[in-house]
Design a protein around this ligand. Structure first.
Ligand code: G4P
Length: 536
């Protein structure tokens, strides 16, 4: 029974460059799963410039992103958990963290634009974590790049081998449909379809005259393409996909609901069930009886009168139960949860129990940080909630000295949520906020005022990277500390971080101090001193 529960779960995220069609595809998948009844129910979580003020937009966003954080639905006997990821590039860190909570990913690529920058960056994270990916090439109802060109681009830019499982027959105005290479069937396209738009014909033999009858002049091209595919690409191997070495590729048009069913059918057949996770002491397998899970995202309540937050927990093993005491490893305390929630499109509901692969929302009054682990008592901590080097740095100037306590608390809590990173200077009480984009500073300033009644200004600093340091020789570290103290800060866990002004200065430091290693990412919040350098 327990293993059945685990095996039927599939937890994944859809990632794409903004505008490729992530929201549209999400909506179609939810329609198939019966989780929503009408189109338009899933709101885009894009920050649209120029529609309203950025602040209002950010607030609207936060409302949407709580509601759509995890969407679950059933399909083909599977219980599917779809984790939402923000579209705006300034929130890339949020996406990275969400990727630690999924077992596989669907990447959406726009056939007109091809592989775009943000998709490349997100794929880096999937590669690091060996997350299996399926690619959906979207918008075939438009004139886009040639299919073979798109496959080459995916291979070279996303650095993964591909295997098409469906193949488009023409595109744009003359788009006829796709040939399903896996099931050997022809899916004919009728634009503007609703739930099941396509006409599917079994075509066991590619020479079958039905192709000429239905496709006319395009039949010959399809035969030529299929012969080429079989010659160039190896047959699809599920194990290569599961090992993250091979990405199956589908073609379709999300807005027309075309090719989405094949994608979902294949996804539910080949995607991995909940996978194990590494901790600092041992790997944890989902089939273990004892409960364990980790927090990968924290969301502040959008109502400023209620300070409580929602911590999103991915369950890794065992069974989560409402009102049962669990062990918070970092704090060494027991907690129970009265109203754990699951989210379904706009609705939120109380849950009694949850299994590996599930993501639940826990109401929190400030006890959780990103990366925290809950267990039934074992003192293990899950790995792999990395904190990446920020790219924009600003010093915080308090503009209301009467409210310094509030400012401090606000900065502390907002950075616990992962909105940005906070760095401190040992002497002089200087605080620097680091982010991956400009937008976060607006968010922080606005939320500090709204939620904490604190105000501040940000002074731009001319740094471009923060590096966590590990060191083999403590004497060298002391020397480095003496000469470079101006550039040295600590993160919230007391780890030493070096701020570099340019790639060139960083390179020079690396040459001058070969004993010190400079890292662009850190495991945040393990709460345990590792190899990382600390100020003595
Ligand atoms: P995102 O979440 O990845 O940012 O993309 P989203 O789904 O919001 O889609 C971006 C735009 O692309 C939307 O148009 C959407 O309708 C359109 N789109 C999605 N799939 C297809 C497709 O298969 N073919 C075509 N031609 N367009 C597609 P929009 O004008 O920005 O918004 P809307 O007013 O249509 O909602």
């Amino acid at each position: 029974m327990y293993s059945e529960e685990i095996n039927k779960r599939r937890t994944f995220a859809i990632i794409s460059h903004p505008d490729a069609g992530k929201t549209t595809l999400t909506e179609k998948l939810l329609l198939f799963g019966g989780a929503i009844q009408t189109a338009g129910a899933v709101k885009s979580n894009k920050i649209k410039k120029g529609t309203s003020s950025d602040f209002m937009e950010i607030e609207r966003q936060r409302g949407i992103s709580v509601a759509t954080s995890v969407m679950n639905f059933e399909y083909n006997g599977r219980k599917i958990n779809l984790l939402d990821t923000p579209g705006h590039k300034d929130f890339a860190e949020d996406v990275y963290r969400t990727l630690t909570a999924v077992d596989s990913v669907i990447i959406v690529v726009d056939c007109v634009k091809g592989v775009e920058e943000q998709t490349e960056r997100l794929m880096e994270v999937c590669r690091m974590r060996k997350t299996p990916v399926i690619v959906f090439i979207n918008k075939l109802d438009r004139e886009g790049k040639r299919p073979f060109e798109l496959l080459d681009e995916i291979e070279s830019k996303l650095r993964i081998k591909v295997r098409p499982l469906s193949w488009p027959i023409s595109m744009g105005m003359s788009f006829k449909g796709v040939y399903n290479l896996f099931h050997k069937s022809l899916n004919l396209f009728r634009p503007g379809g609703t739930t099941v738009a396509e006409e599917v014909l079994a075509v066991d033999d590619i020479e079958d005259g039905i192709l000429d009858e239905r496709l006319g002049e395009f039949a010959a091209q399809l035969r030529e393409d299929v012969a080429l595919i079989d010659g160039v690409y190896e047959p699809f191997e599920q194990n290569a996909y599961l090992a993250a070495d091979l990405a199956p590729v589908f073609f379709g048009s999300a807005v027309n609901n075309f090719g989405v069913k094949e994608l979902l059918d294949t996804f539910t057949t080949i995607a991995p069930p909940p996978r194990g996770r590494e901790t600092d002491l041992r790997p944890v397998d989902p089939s273990e009886q004892n409960f364990s899970g980790f927090v990968f995202k924290i969301h502040a309540n959008i109502d400023p009168r209620h300070r409580d937050r929602i911590a999103f927990l991915r369950i890794c093993s065992g069974k989560f139960e409402r009102n049962k005491f669990f062990h918070h490893v970092r704090l060494g305390k027991e907690f129970k949860f009265r109203s754990p929630a699951s989210f379904l499109a706009q609705e939120k509901s109380l849950i009694e129990e949850a299994y590996p692969g599930d993501v639940i929302g826990l109401y929190d009054t400030g006890n959780f940080k990103i990366g925290d682990t809950l267990t039934e008592g074992e003192k293990i901590m899950f790995h792999g909630i990395p904190s990446f080097s920020p790219e924009v740095f600003r010093e915080v100037l308090n503009t209301d000295p009467m409210r310094s306590k509030q400012l401090e608390k606000g900065l502390e809590q907002l950075t616990d949520e992962g909105v940005a990173q906070l760095f401190l200077k040992k002497h002089g009480n200087r605080r620097v906020v680091g982010t991956v984009g400009e937008l976060q500073f607006d968010v922080i300033q606005y939320r500090l005022l709204q939620e904490y009644g604190a105000s501040c200004r940000f002074i731009p600093l001319s740094y471009n990277k923060a590096c966590w340091l590990t060191v083999k020789d403590n004497k060298k570290m002391a020397e480095f500390g003496r000469f470079r103290s101006e550039h040295l800060y600590t993160d919230k866990d007391g780890n030493l971080v070096y701020f570099s002004e340019s790639d060139w200065t960083l390179q020079r430091m690396r040459e001058e101090y070969p004993e010190i290693e400079f890292h662009f990412s850190s495991e945040i919040n393990t709460g345990r001193p590792g190899l990382k350098a600390r100020i003595a």
